[in-house]
Design a protein around this ligand. Structure first.
Ligand code: ARG
Length: 462
């Protein structure tokens, strides 16, 4: 039988050439070339292991190293000629290697399959991207800590149901963001632990009959160990799902920060100033300054969660072991990485430059009877049961509403009408400063407590 398609993969088995559209439809090289450097790194380690095990000669190994090094340089310089005909990043590099060094290039794939190769490449890729994500996350966390320290005693209203609830410090509010990011950081590290195992050696699905040394390859590539089951190694993408879930949580957190920044920069709140460099104007309304960066980040949170759902649905119901479905894992994963890095970077650049309008925050805390709970606590300290105190303060608030005054603006005589327990020292409890400094327990909003929390967080981050 003559070979009808010399360029086709495993061509000897086929009696007709691949349909031209199918060739394009099934190729992944347009996007998986992004993992080229990881593919080369994996191949170098695989070849070194084959040499150590006596499967490749020293000369063959040296040829492979020389060829792959040249290919790597060509790719970095943008000179590499990617071809759809070679389907994916793995075949493109292997074919070029054989062009360059001849028969030794054809031996590289001994004891290996693209199935364990691609699973390895994605893990190497993600492991290095997690390093960059963590770096951007650290920049953002540091920026949040700096702002929290600066505003440890800046008073603002704290909200529940978006209604003024109790006075808090802006530093304390920022430290709530920090806590969310700290958990995100732990999740990233955790995810990295599970993805850092090495699939190579699983070959197509059943392992290989060559006398390979998987521990050695794992060590060369910096993996903690070889994977434990060959079928699972080539089919599992749950590490990518776990990463995208972590990314979705980070984006969800950023979307919450965004929402607050958007609200606070509106004329109605007017609590903060977002630097001009992070805003744009309107093409029709000359007065507008729109908080584009927070809005875009809020929007992109949906996009990343979309990728999480894509990957979950991609994996759902797949029988063991490798299926071509898994080629679809890359685009959602790559876009998740890009989106996350860009959003963290924009935030890490923007947060240090956000200005707090202390006076506006303070005035807003004074409105809305933010110290009502403090008055109730005062009465409890004087011996009243909390429920009775709640009732008495409710009446005081009603008087305040009816006469347009804050609790601290009622006279002592007026306050005493609600309870004879009230004395002149009540006004200490009704000030915003008194209210926040009274909450000095661990996790509280008192300025000194916030400073302590910032110090501890800096140490943990270092
Ligand atoms: N491009 C493929 C992917 O991304 C590589 C593995 C192909 N394996 C195969 N048996 N067709 O999944």
């Amino acid at each position: 039988m003559t070979n009808v398609n010399t360029e086709k993969l495993s061509s000897a088995r086929f009696a007709e050439a691949t349909d031209a559209f199918v060739e394009v439809f099934t190729a992944s090289v347009t996007f998986d070339q992004r993992m080229a450097m990881q593919d080369i790194e994996g191949s170098l380690a695989h070849a070194a292991m084959l040499k150590e095990c006596g499967i490749l000669t020293e000369t063959e190994f040296q040829d492979i190293v020389r060829g792959l090094t040249e290919i790597g340089q060509d790719i970095l310089d943008g000179r590499f000629d990617w071809s759809i005909k070679q389907e994916d990043v793995h075949m493109n590099i292997e074919a070029r290697l054989t062009d360059l060094i001849g028969v030794a290039g054809k031996k590289l794939h001994t004891g290996r399959s693209r199935n364990d190769q691609v699973a390895t490449d994605i893990r190497l890729y993600l492991r290095s991207e997690i390093r960059e994500i963590t770096r951007q996350l650290t920049r953002l966390q540091t920026a949040v800590l700096d702002q929290a320290e600066r505003h440890a005693d800046t008073i603002m209203p704290g909200f529940t149901h978006l209604q003024v609830a109790q006075p808090i410090t802006f530093g304390h509010h920022l430290m709530a963001w920090f806590e969310m990011l700290a958990r995100d950081r732990e999740r990233l590290q955790d995810c990295n632990k599970r993805l850092n195992v090495m699939p190579l050696g699983a070959a197509a699905l059943a392992g290989t009959s060559y006398p390979i040394d998987r521990e050695l390859t794992a060590e060369l590539l910096g993996f903690s160990r070889p994977s434990a089951n060959s079928l699972d190694s080539v089919s599992d993408r749950d590490f990518a799902i776990e990463f995208t879930a972590t990314a979705s949580l980070i984006m969800m957190h950023l979307s919450r920060f965004s929402e607050e920044l958007i609200l606070w920069s509106s004329a109605q709140f007017d609590f903060i100033d977002i630097p001009d460099a992070f805003c744009t104007g309107s093409s029709i309304m000359p007065q507008k300054k729109n908080p584009d960066v927070p809005e875009l980040v809020r929007g992109k949170a949906g996009r990343v969660t979309g990728h999480l759902v894509s990957l979950l649905m991609l994996m759902k119901s797949q029988p063991l072991a490798y299926n071509k479905d898994n080629q679809e894992d890359k685009e959602p994963l790559f876009d998740t990485v890009d989106t996350l890095i860009n959003c963290l970077r924009a935030y890490a650049d923007m947060v240090p430059r956000i200005g707090a309008k202390k006076d506006r925050m303070y005035q807003a805390a004074k409105r809305g009877f933010a110290t009502a709970t403090d008055l109730a606590d005062y009465l409890v300290r004087k011996g009243m049961a909390f429920r009775d105190a709640h009732e008495a303060v409710g009446l005081a608030v009603r008087l305040g509403i009816d006469t347009g005054r804050d609790l601290s603006e009622l006279t002592l005589a007026e306050l005493q009408a609600f309870s004879p327990l009230i004395e002149a020292d009540v006004f200490d409890s009704l000030t915003l400063e008194g209210s926040v400094s009274a909450r000095s327990h661990v996790g509280g909003t008192a300025p000194d407590t916030v400073r302590k929390a910032v110090r501890a967080a800096r140490q943990a981050l270092a």
